[in-house]
Design a protein around this ligand. Structure first.
Ligand code: HEM
Length: 565
């Protein structure tokens, strides 16, 4: 037989699973075990097969990621497919732009997400966590018995309200049971609708380049895909609603002037910054409108999934839950005015984010279970990935670099990076919040650079755990929020939000796994699929294995739920 030589012929990886979808189905559809198995069998750069057998790379080596996201980032871009479909759906925001336009947007928006601004808006969003607690408590027994509640929809409503009030300055009233909102419903459903026409997505850049708007509209009418017409309607709803929000906020800012005391939401700061910028640094109305959709989209499912995972883990680990609750009570009690209930006390930003065990729980969960486990990039020119740890080629030799031809799809494995045993140690697959604490139980100062206001949202110096093996991630050396110029702009907001919600919930309620036993003597079992995002489901016979849900036994907190010195 003849051996066909391809540019990536020597890179080791699993065999092709399917002639059409290569390994993509195994990687992306409920892929946790498959991915973890790959990390065990292969080193930090793995060859996998994409559509029609195209050779791709799956990368988790720290130096290779540093190269892709920082030093050599000009050779790696988001795919045109990603950029163009995002633009059609959400408008001209950060996830729809490249190059100079993206840079201009980040330059204006990064300072908006500064710690000073987060400190200033914190009191406005504490009330959302308190409302979430009240709504959940409304469903509980007053006699202290537990009740099973699916926490997922509640967390989803809470996180959309956080972006609404904290970032956009809009009250969606999501937690009010009688209210519905077409805009937020659309944001929550758009990705599920888009998945229905996933196979058409590669043709979008071609259509945008070659067809006029008129013919694109005709095509959407004619093609036998109802989801396309649905998406067109959704894009329209999002554009209309985001425009309304923008015009309303702009009018408010113009009315109140540029200096009207502490900011209550980030959108007003954004609009003020934009008005006082030089002409060529300014964002257009369409860019601000696109970013309204982008913040809602980027800040919703990710944060919901992270919070759900944290509650699920705490339900399984009562001791960690008690320790967290005790830490929060101590901090709140120290601040509570004479005779006031500690539970009603709002922790200011620096105290909240400084709670060491809460911090360790949040970091460790986001490390082990990153809500988005893979990101896609395309090599725009021939380049070479340098490696921190040598990889074995198909013939078993070791190499310290991998040539990447232009046009190669490269998957960044956030999951592989966050669980790399060479970096995090032999226990990398275990949930161990203690790894983030010093021997005395205090937190490590892992994001110290971010206390420097000017650096927030910009690229952080690499952080890792083992000397010389560091990831370029912005958050504690993890890749959860990525690194470099397209890292998550909302990561410090997400951290504050998660910590505020988690501390409010455990202060007031106790969480356990569902305990109800059916006729067959079994209990509900929650299982986390990773389908791109993390999707918690209930396995058969109690669930369908598909519908996202996190049923937990919840009751009011009792004195015995705290740790004793
Ligand atoms: C736990 C919660 C979150 C996780 C795990 C997460 C993760 C990520 C990741 C991995 C990226 C890079 C995407 C890529 O390169 O294609 C990203 C980008 C982004 N995230 Fe987040 N995110 C979270 C919360 C938020 C929040 C609360 C916001 C609200 C503003 C947000 C807004 C964005 C935006 C606008 C981008 C695009 C940045 C750019 O391209 O310049 N995210 N996020």
């Amino acid at each position: 037989s003849t051996i066909r030589s391809t540019p990536l012929a020597t890179v080791a990886g699993p065999k092709k699973e399917h002639w059409l979808t290569g390994n993509l189905h195994r990687l992306f559809k409920d892929g946790l075990d498959y991915n973890v198995e790959l990390f065990k069998r292969y080193d930090g750069v793995i060859k996998v097969y994409g559509m029609l057998g195209a050779e791709q790379l799956l990368v988790y080596d720290p130096l290779a990621l540093q190269h892709m996201l920082v030093n050599g980032q000009d050779a790696f871009e988001e795919t045109e497919m990603f950029i163009q479909t995002n633009k059609l759906l959400f408008g001209e925001g950060l996830i729809s732009t490249l190059g100079e336009q993206h840079k201009k947007q980040r330059k204006l928006l990064n300072p908006v997400f500064s710690l000073a601004n987060l400190r200033s808006i914190l009191p406005q969003i504490q009330v959302i966590a308190d409302e979430l607690v009240r709504r959940l408590q409304d469903g509980l027994q007053t006699n202290g018995d537990a009740r099973e509640i699916d926490v997922l929809p509640w967390l989803g409503k809470g996180t959309i309200e956080y972006v609404g009030r904290g970032i956009l300055g809009v009250n969606f009233d999501s937690l009010e049971p009688t209210k519905t909102n077409q805009y937020t419903d659309t944001i929550r459903n758009v990705q599920h609708t888009a998945i229905k026409v996933l196979l058409l997505r590669p043709y979008v850049p071609w259509a945008v380049r070659n067809l006029s708007l008129y013919w694109r509209i005709k095509l959407v009418d004619w093609l036998p895909f109802p989801a396309l017409r649905q998406l067109r309607g959704m894009a329209h709803t999002m554009h209309r609603s985001a425009s309304e929000i923008y015009l309303e906020k702009k009018a408010e800012v113009e009315l109140s002037g540029v200096d009207d005391g502490p900011a209550r939401d980030l959108m007003s700061i954004m609009i003020k910054a934009n008005l006082s910028s030089q002409e060529k640094a300014r964002l257009t109305a369409e860019e601000l409108i696109g970013n309204i959709n982008t913040f809602l989209l980027g800040g919703q499912e990710t944060t919901t999934s992270a919070l759900a995972r944290m509650l699920y883990i705490l339900a399984r680990k009562p001791h960690a839950q008690a320790r967290l609750r005790t830490e929060v009570r101590e901090a709140r009690s120290a601040l509570a005015a004479n005779g006031a209930d500690w539970r009603q006390t709002c922790l200011p930003y620096d105290i909240l984010v400084g709670l060491s065990f809460l911090d360790a729980v949040v970091r460790e969960t986001l490390r082990l279970h990153p809500p988005t486990s893979m990101m896609n990039r395309i090599a725009t020119k021939d380049t070479v990935l340098p490696l921190r740890f040598p990889v074995r080629t198909v013939s078993g030799e070791e190499t310290t670099s991998v040539p990447v031809p232009a046009g190669t799809n490269v998957l960044i494995s956030i999951l592989g990076a966050n669980r790399n045993k060479d970096v995090w140690g032999a226990d990398a697959d275990e949930w161990r919040p203690e790894r983030w604490l010093t021997a005395s139980g205090a937190g490590r100062d892992v994001d110290a650079e971010f206390c420097d206001e000017s650096r927030v949202g910009t690229e952080a110096p690499p952080r890792g755990r083992m000397e010389g093996a560091k990831y370029p991630g912005v958050y504690g050396g993890m890749m959860t929020f990525l690194g470099g110029s397209r890292a998550c702009i909302g990561f410090k907001f997400a951290e504050m939000e998660i910590k505020q919600i988690l501390s409010a919930l455990v202060s007031n309620m106790h969480f356990a796994l569902p305990s109800a036993v059916d006729e067959s003597g079994t209990k509900k079992e929650i299982y986390w699929r990773i389908d791109g995002l993390q999707v918690p489901v209930v396995l058969a016979p109690h669930g369908d294995g598909k519908t996202a849900q996190v049923p937990l036994d919840i009751r009011l907190v009792k004195e015995e739920d705290f740790l004793w010195p």
